[in-house]
Design a protein around this ligand. Structure first.
Ligand code: AFP
Length: 298
């Protein structure tokens, strides 16, 4: 079944939004060749932009913001400000991480696109207020995963650029994989203990440097991804609006969870588009363990 058919029970305007991102992802894949270099501009975090990242941002912003008449605002990791379109009544507010893991583009490792979709809630709302979320993984295959609130569904792109259903209503399995971000020498004590407990329990290391790829792996094999608060930056590295919330929403809908280590990420109230958050995302069992360790040590 193709993506369009699969979306037949989704409201037309939301289906159109999801299909527009899917169409952009085909163009992004085609653009890898030739857009590997760095630009001389910086994103909101002061990081120099990779050409593909900037180009993908412009494409997505144009197609969603300018061309659709249902999108009111777009917040992108690559834009300084929230972009405002059209009139007050347009229902959708969208967050974009155009190319997540962009430092891997030059080495031809897997990267992704992350999209969060709010309906009648602004992008600074709690993640649990999201209407839908999706990601695309640019690996040997283009993989698209979306949830419009009910199940989580996976599609693969064929050589004609069309997405076809691979797995429906994905549930995160039990598994023993861990993907630990941040330098071990900077771990805070409870996180250090947590990682040691996973290792003692036989968890196997699988860390790619691309959040989308690492989370997709969890949806296939189970386990846990962590990018904790660490010495020098207790809020961690990953971005609440662009990374943690949409991926947390998807994993939660697949029967997993996403936590700051203390509580549900989807309950966090953002204070600005640039917020970062410590993240533990994956199986419920692994999330319960870190939350218990933190509770016992408060
Ligand atoms: P870039 O988009 O700057 O490459 O960052 C990717 C990312 O936000 C996320 O996708 C990874 O999980 C994480 O950072 C990797 O961070 P480290 O390079 O510190 O491992």
């Amino acid at each position: 079944m193709d993506l369009e058919t699969h979306l037949k029970d989704t409201p037309d305007d939301l289906a159109e939004l999801i299909l527009t991102v899917a169409e952009c992802s085909r163009k992004i894949r085609d653009a890898f060749m030739g857009k590997q270099g760095m630009t001389d501009t910086k994103n909101i975090y002061g990081e120099r932009q990779v050409a593909l990242d900037k180009w993908a941002d412009q494409l997505l912003v144009k197609r969603l913001g300018d061309d659709l008449d249902t999108v009111k605002t777009v917040a992108s990791e690559e834009q300084q400000n929230i972009l405002v379109y059209k009139d007050e009544d347009d229902p959708y507010n969208v967050t974009l991480d155009p190319v997540d893991g962009s430092s891997l583009i030059g080495t031809n490792l897997t990267v992704g696109t992350i999209v969060g979709i709010f309906k009648h809630h602004d992008v600074l709302s709690q993640g649990k207020k999201m209407e839908a979320a999706m990601y695309i993984l640019y690996g040997p295959l283009n993989i698209l995963v979306y949830t419009a609130g009910k199940g989580v569904h996976e599609f693969a792109m064929n050589k004609r650029g069309k997405y076809f259903l691979q797995r429906e209503n994905i549930r995160i399995p039990n598994g023993k994989i861990y993907a630990p971000g941040a330098l071990r020498r900077d771990y805070l004590p409870i996180h250090k203990k947590y990682i040691e407990m996973l290792e003692d329990d036989g968890y196997k290391l699988r860390y790619s440097g691309c959040f989308v790829a690492d989370v997709h792996q969890l949806l296939c094999n189970g386990g846990i991804f962590t990018y904790p608060g660490f010495k020098g930056r207790e809020s961690g590295k990953l971005r609440l609006l662009f990374e943690a919330n949409p991926m947390g929403f998807i994993v939660t809908k697949a029967g997993g969870a996403a936590s700051t280590g203390l509580g549900n990420i989807l309950d966090v109230r953002p204070s600005s588009v640039a917020d970062r958050v410590p993240i533990y995302i994956g199986g419920k069992k692994e999330i319960e363990l870190i939350e218990r360790l933190n509770r016992e040590n408060i």
